[in-house]
Structure formats: C-alpha cells, structure tokens
Design a protein around this ligand. Structure first.
Ligand code: BGC
Length: 764
C-alpha cells in the first residue's frame, strides 16, 4: 500500500513537473503545450489591474499607477504581468501615489513633430535613450509610442504626436525613436497602424484609400520602422480601413506586416473593446487592450466552435510568450523609481533647441539677451509643453516664457507681465466656478485677450523689442477647427497688428513665437512681423530652448517636416476632412438608421498620393512655407554633387560649406525626380537626408547619402508591385523642397520590380 502511495505521489509530482513548466526563454513551446484554453485566452487579453485577473490567474501584481494597461499574469507557469504605458513625448504614469511621499514624475520631452523638425536621427536616438531609461526605471515594459500617422491634413488633432507629412522622414524618425527606447531593454509600440489620420469618429470612421496611396504614403513609414528597428509591438488603430477595422484586417496585420515586412513582435489593439474579438485574433492581433472578461470568453467560444483554429490561437500565444520573455518584468529587473530627471531635462532642452524652426528673420534675431522686452500672449505663461490626452506627460514642471526670458537676462515690461498673470488667474478661477474646464481630452484654454492700443504704444516706447507668443493646444479625441484655430482669432490678429504698428513706429522689432501643436495660417500676417520662431510644443524645458535660440546661444537648424499652406483648402485632403465638425450639429436627432456621413463615418482619401508637398510642388501651388524649410543665423553653400551607381541603387555625396559668420548646422534634403515608367509621379520626392555637424564659419563637410533601387520604386496597383522605372533620375540636393541647390543624374539601367500581395483594396 505504502509503495503504491509513493509511486502515485511520484507520478503526481512528475505530472506537475510536466504540466507546470516555468517560463524561460528556451521553453516557450513547453509552456504553450502546458497551457489550458482558458489560460491561452487570458494571455491574449489585457487586464488593467492584477485584481481584474480572473480565477486561473492569481495576482502577480505588476501595476504601475497611471500606466495605460497590463498583460495578465499566469502565475502557475511563471508568466508575469507586464506593464504598458504611454508615450510618445515621455512616459505617462501617475506622478503621486496614495500614502507614498515619493513622486513619480517623468520628463516632458519635445513632441514628435518637433523631434522630426530636427531631421537628426542621432538626436532622436539620444532623446529616446533617456526616455527609455525612465520607462525601465519606473517598472514599465513597453512605451506605447512613437505615434507615427502621416500628417494628411493640418487639422488632425494628434498631428503633434506624429512626425511628418512625408513617409520617409516619418519612418526614419520612428526607427530612430524605437532604437533609442529599445536600447534600454524595454519595448515600443508603433501606432496607430494604420490610417488613423483624423480624430473625428476615430472609432468607426472608414478610411477609403487606394492601394497605391496606402503603400506609398500611409504604410511606407511603418514599413521603414519595422524593417529598420523591429519594434517589440505594433498598435492597430481604432478606425476602419477600406471596410475592415484595422485590428481585424488579416491583410494589414499578417500579410503585409509579418509576411512581407518580417515583423516579429506582437500586435495589440488600441484602447477599446470591439465586438469582433475572434476576428481580431484570427487576423493577427495578438493582444486586446485594455481587455475585459467578454473578450476572454469570446476567444474561448471561438476556439470551441472552430471560428478560430488551435493553430491560430497558439500562434498568437507564442507571440505573447516570445514578447514576455524579453521584458524587464520577466527578467526580474529591479527598477529604482529614480531616473535621473535632472540630466534628462537637459537632454530635452538641447533637443528642443536643435529642432526649433526659424521661419522668418529680417535681421531681428539673434537678440543680445540684455534687451527690455514687452512679452505678449497668454501662452507666454500658459506655455504649451505638449498636447492633451494619452500623450500628455505628467511632468514636474513646465518652464514658461517669462521664466525663460528672465533667466536668459532679458528685462520684461513689468506691468504687462503682471497683467497676464492676473488675467490667467482670473480666467482659470472663473472657468472653475462655472464648471467650464473642458474635458480630459480637450481641457479649456484661456483665450487670448485684447491689450489696448495706447498701452502697446507706451510699451513700444519703453522697451527694445516685442515678443508675441501665440499658443494652440491640440489633443486626442478631437480634430482642430479651421476657424479660430488654423486661422488666427480676431483678438490675435488685432494684437499682432497693433504691436507691429506701435513697435515699428518706434523703430523696434517684433518677434513671434508659435507655441502650437499643429500647422496654423501664417501667410496673411507673416510680413507684419520681423521674426517667427516655431518651437511647436517643445516639452518642459522648451521655453528655455526658445530663449537659447532668441539669444543665439543656439543657432537654429530645424526644418519643417510638413508644408505651411497659404490657405487650409489648398490641401487636397481638406475636401475630405471634417474641418468644421461639431458632434451636436452634425449628429442631430433623427429617427431610423443614420446615413453614413461624409468624412465622419466614411472618409475618402480622394487625393490619393497627393499629400503635402507632393501636391504643392507638382501642381505648382503657392505655399506660405515649403516642406523642409528653415532658416539659420548663418548661410550655407552646396557644391560638388556626385552620384555614383552601386550594385543596389546609388551613393550620393555633396559638400556643404558654412559661408556665414557664426557656427551652425545644416540639414540637406535629397530629392529625386523619377522617370514615370507608366505611372504618374510627384515632381520630386524625399529619398534621403542628412545633417552636418556644427560647422564653424568657413568650414565644410561632405555628406554621404545612400538610396537603394527599392527606395526609388513607386507602387503599381495593376501589377501589385513596387516598380523602379529604368531611365534617368534627377538627384537634387535641397535646403527645402523649393530650394534645390545642386543636382546630379543617376541612370537605372534596368527596370526593377518587387511584387507584393494584392491586399487591402477598397471594396466600395
Ligand atoms: C490612444 C493610444 C494610447 C491608448 C492608451 C488610446 O486612446 O489612442 O494612443 O496609447 O489610448 O492610453
């Protein structure tokens, strides 16, 4: 009897040992085999808190307060919960915790649009190395960033999070971003894949896009980021694309992303619970976020009734386990909760300074730093460091323009300064009393206020220069409007007019700071003023970076990652964008089924590939500031353009010389005009770019830029193939898309083609 018991006990232990392997990097298949259906389904569905984890999974808490989500633990198999948090302008977690005197602030870095304005991949990598260190040290495994949708239209509410209207610049920026973050041993989630180019009805809107525009514009940047940087995760978007929710599109998530581009990580949904969980899982969307029990139940039911196969389920679970073994949580990393915020603030300041774009300067800048300044604009105090929504970082402080200018040595007109502080305080108190603070998505901003003309007159007499800060906030969940947002408000226009009139009459200059989250109208007023500095939303130290540029401590070298049009309607996408949408006005109250509403339920990208400069340059439409444009306090000459054919494309070199009197850096943009090869093509397209080191006056540097034949290709829908036409290519070196300095020819002797799958065609 005793022997039988011992044998049974030994068998039991053996069973336990077989059935309960503990997850290691090298036993993923064993763990997969040991998992029950319930456990597999559980692993594919996020759970924001360990407490939400259901019966089979007891609570290995991996909860960082304020993090956007978790994956669920399965303690029995040694699978920890992992933590996912936003992005992209820094880590977003809750800065304080109940019963805990420590603080958990994160650095507010420059927004994506400003980083892209640097055109400097190593700068972006430096920023994201520091950012990723905060991710690691605060116990987070994946930063839900970068945001990388294309700036299809200036009014997309989240453009500030995104990089550019150009897929190459966007893709390269994203790759550098991913490399920097992931160098810390934590992951990224490139988002929102794909075609989430508007916020209006972002959960349901169906983006109807031609295969060519998709491949060349809206997927190209993701392709570059995946191939160059292998992000740990990809976040599918909320919207539909050509009829399917992106999270349920096998063409997008499996055929293109994995089969064609070789993506090896997991795909997670954006934060919502759509009904088609099983369809998502089948399509290759591994993880549902933020996750709920219904989704677990649906997956279990789907396997039981055969809607999703065991192989498909196991494929996703295997992806999840492969992801989990890479995480710091799994590796037991002992995070400190003490990243070096002081050092990171300096990284943020430097990056902002190197990225700020100087749009206009008729000799007003740089200032000496000792001037008396009349500082106008409520945003000088209520400075916009980032945007609203999930991209808003909980930073310990934001330097405003008053602190920055006074810190730099300027003396501010006191009465004016005190007035703005008092006005802001009054307005905030008033809106609090009336309960009109806006929402989390769109917090109300204090509007600009009028300053009497006679007061401005006296400021002009008493001060050396006027600085006017124009502010715009933008954020998740809503698009910007054409009126009073893209366009200046009447009060802002009057302020600019009066300040310019008074200061110019007194022989003094006017400098405008555009502290904006997206493109605004500049053409009607730019000539009124003497200088325009564009720091976008530059992070917690951004105002100091603006001061660095104003005083010449930093010579500006940023360039525009998108076009500033003359009029909003000049963008072809404006014809199909909800630019004046208000939920109440357009939804109304009606009985019966609602007809799909143009640009709200269905948005047709009728402009095809003619996005941004591709349209403006090819069709010769006047712009206010072209793509790639930015001034410096020095000047540069380009010479010796050489293009050499190599086995796979060409290598180009160009020499840049600092011909001015102060040190500076120059961004060189390489554009190519391609032979048509049977396809209509943009007049020129960006194919590479580089930035010089800081060149001293008289100093030169030769930049080398490489372009492969594949990168020259356009997408032929009829053949479902990328095609590089044979013939002569004009390789141009530009200081902007409209300022080509020199060129050299390249000949592709034989046409080349790269066939891909015929997927993602519009069905309607
Ligand atoms: C946003 C994502 C974000 C997620 C988690 C969503 O609403 O679209 O960008 O990562 O929330 O906070």
């Amino acid at each position: 009897m005793k022997r039988i018991l011992i044998t049974l006990a030994a068998m039991g232990m053996a069973l336990v040992a077989v059935a309960q392997p503990q997850l290691r990097e090298d036993n993923i298949e064993d763990v997969l085999k040991a998992m029950t259906l319930q456990e597999k389904a559980t692993l594919l569905v996020g759970g924001a808190r360990a407490a939400m984890v259901n019966g089979v999974t007891s609570g290995v808490a991996a909860n960082v307060p304020g993090a956007a989500g978790n994956t669920r633990p399965i303690e029995r198999l040694g699978i920890p919960a992992t933590v996912l948090a936003d992005g992209p302008a820094g880590l977003r977690i809750q800065p304080t915790r109940q019963g805990d005197n420590n603080t958990y602030y994160c650095t507010g870095f420059p927004v994506g649009t400003l980083l892209a304005s640097s055109w400097d991949l190593s700068l972006v990598e430096d920023v994201t190395k520091a950012m990723g260190n905060e991710v690691l040290e605060y116990g987070v495994d994946v930063l839900l960033a970068p945001g990388m949708n294309i700036h299809r239209n200036p009014l997309c509410g989240r453009n500030f999070e995104y990089f550019s209207e150009d897929p190459l610049l966007s893709g390269k920026m994203a790759a550098a971003y991913v490399k920097g973050i992931q160098s810390n041993g934590v992951g990224t989630s490139i988002k929102h894949y794909a075609a989430n180019n508007q916020e209006t009805n972002r959960n349901e809107d169906d983006a109807i896009i031609s295969q060519r525009a998709l491949r060349e514009i809206y997927l190209k940047n993701f392709e570059i980021a995946v191939k160059e940087a292998q992000p740990w995760t990809v976040m599918s978007s909320y919207n539909k694309l050509n009829g399917d929710y992106t999270q349920q599109s096998e063409g997008l998530l499996t055929t293109v992303l994995r089969d064609e581009w070789g993506f090896k990580g997991i795909v997670m949904t954006d934060w919502g619970n759509k009904a088609g969980t099983v369809k998502s899982a089948k399509a290759g969307n591994d993880l549902m976020e933020p996750g709920n029990q219904n989704e677990i139940d649906r997956i279990i039911a789907g396997v039981q009734d055969g809607t999703i196969s065991q192989e498909e389920l196991d494929r996703n679970v295997r992806n999840m386990l492969t992801y989990i073994v890479r995480t710091p949580r799994f590796k037991g990393y002992e995070f400190t909760n003490k990243p070096d915020l002081k050092a990171h603030a300096q990284v943020a300041r430097k990056a902002a300074g190197e990225s700020i774009v100087l749009l206009r300067n008729n000799g007003a800048l740089p200032l000496a730093g000792s001037e008396k300044v009349a500082l106008y604009g409520v945003s000088a105090i209520d400075f916009v460091a980032g945007g609203t929504g999930s991209g808003d970082v909980n930073k310990a402080y934001v330097v405003n323009m008053v602190e920055a200018l006074e810190g730099a040595g300027f003396t501010l007109e006191k009465a004016l300064r005190d007035f703005y502080f008092a006005y802001l305080k009054y307005d905030k108190a008033k809106s609090k009393l009336s309960g009109n603070g806006g929402s989390w998505f769109s917090p109300r901003r204090t509007p600009e206020t009028a300053i009497p003309a006679n007061a401005i007159d006296s400021h002009a007499k008493a001060n050396d220069v006027a600085v006017v800060v124009l502010g715009r906030n933008a954020g998740e969940g809503a698009d910007r409007k054409m009126m009073d947002d893209f366009e200046l408000t009447a009060v802002e226009r009057e302020l600019l007019q009066n300040v310019s009139a008074s200061f110019h009459a007194a022989g003094k200059k006017v400098v405008v700071i555009l502290n904006v989250g997206g493109v605004i109208e500049t053409n009607s007023w730019k000539n009124l003023v003497d200088a325009i500095v564009l720091p976008w939303s530059p992070g917690q130290e951004g105002a100091n970076a603006v001061a660095d540029v104003l005083t010449g401590k930093v010579n500006p070298s940023g360039k525009l990652p998108m076009t500033f049009p003359v009029n909003f309607m000049d963008h072809p996408s404006s014809a199909n964008f909800p630019y004046n949408y208000t939920a109440s006005a357009s939804r109304g109250f009606s009985w019966g089924p609602r007809q799909p509403q143009k640009d709200v339920d269905v948005t047709r990208y009728e402009e095809g590939i003619w996005v941004g400069y591709r349209h403006f340059v090819t069709r010769d439409v006047e712009v206010s500031y072209p793509f790639g444009y930015g001034m410096s306090y020095t000047s540069f000459a380009y010479s010796k353009p050489v293009v050499k054919a190599v086995a796979d494309g060409f290598v180009a070199t160009v020499t840049v010389k600092n011909t001015g009197s102060v040190a500076g850096k120059e961004v060189v943009e390489l554009y190519v005009s391609a032979p048509d090869g049977g396809l209509e093509k943009p007049a020129r397209e960006l194919k590479a770019f580089g930035k010089t080191k800081k060149l001293q006056p008289g100093e030169s540097q030769t930049l080398t830029l490489k372009v492969s034949a594949y990168e020259l290709a356009s997408f032929n829908e009829a053949a479902s193939a990328w095609e590089a036409a044979a013939g002569k290519y004009n390789v141009q070196f530009g200081a902007s898309v409209d300022d080509i300095r020199c060129a050299a020819p390249f000949t592709l002797k034989k046409a080349q083609s790269w066939p891909v799958h015929n997927v993602l065609a519009p069905t309607k």
